[in-house]
Design a protein around this ligand. Structure first.
Ligand code: SF4
Length: 57
């Protein structure tokens, strides 16, 4: 499995200073790859700008 060189410990990112979130803000993959199937939000994202999941009608 791919291991990022910025990862520290179990799941922390040296660049983001929070948990590792591949493709999230400050991640080296930001803007290069998207992870559309992921459920959790990036903790560095502004909560107001987070896309709300649409509820099925
Ligand atoms: S968030 Fe990105 S840069 Fe940071 S450890 Fe994870 S994959 Fe690496």
């Amino acid at each position: 499995m791919w291991d990022c060189k910025y990862k520290i410990g179990e799941d922390d990112c040296r660049l983001r200073k929070t948990g590792c979130y591949p493709g999230g803000k400050k991640c080296v993959l930001y803007g290069k790859f998207e992870f559309p199937l992921r459920d959790e939000d990036d903790e560095l994202d502004d909560p107001k700008k987070r896309s709300k999941k649409k509820k099925p009608k």
